[in-house]
Write a protein that binds this ligand. Structure first.
Ligand code: 5GP
Ligand code: ZN
Length: 115
């Protein structure tokens, strides 16, 4: 996707603080972190959201989860971390290239507030 900002980051057209790269996956720090450690893990393949995936992406998605935990540990999140995937406008997604947020290192509030 030529005008997708995360595809541009993968291609090096927009600078980022890279955490990891291999043939299929790319990870970089969020430009507006919500915690001391906040990075995103994305497939290089442009998939707009989790609602775009099908069975052919199962291995790729599995690799993302395995790598998420490995990178979190490498970033010092030994005590745990939060993973977030916002999906679609109804899920608060702002950048329409599938990504997993990996967040930790500070106070993590309850994800859903029950009034
Ligand atoms: P979403 O709301 O789609 O789940 O999250 C998109 C995330 O991308 C946001 O946390 C936002 O801060 C981050 N972001 C948006 N543009 C850029 C950018 O150009 N560089 C980086 N590193 N992060 C970005
Ligand atoms: Zn993209």
């Amino acid at each position: 996707m030529s005008d997708c900002i995360f595809c541009k980051i993968v291609r090096g057209e927009i600078p980022c603080r890279k955490v990891y790269e291999d043939d299929e996956l790319f990870a970089f720090h969020d430009i507006h972190p919500v915690a001391p450690v906040h990075f995103m893990l994305i497939p290089k393949l442009h998939l707009a959201s989790l609602q775009e995936v099908n069975g052919s992406h199962a291995v790729l998605l599995g690799k993302m989860l395995v790598l998420a935990a490995q990178l979190a540990t490498e970033q010092g999140l030994d005590d745990g971390f939060r993973t977030v995937i916002n999906t679609g406008r109804g899920g608060g997604q702002e950048v329409f290239h599938l990504h997993i947020h990996i967040i930790g290192g500070g106070h993590i509030s309850p994800m859903v507030r029950r009034e």
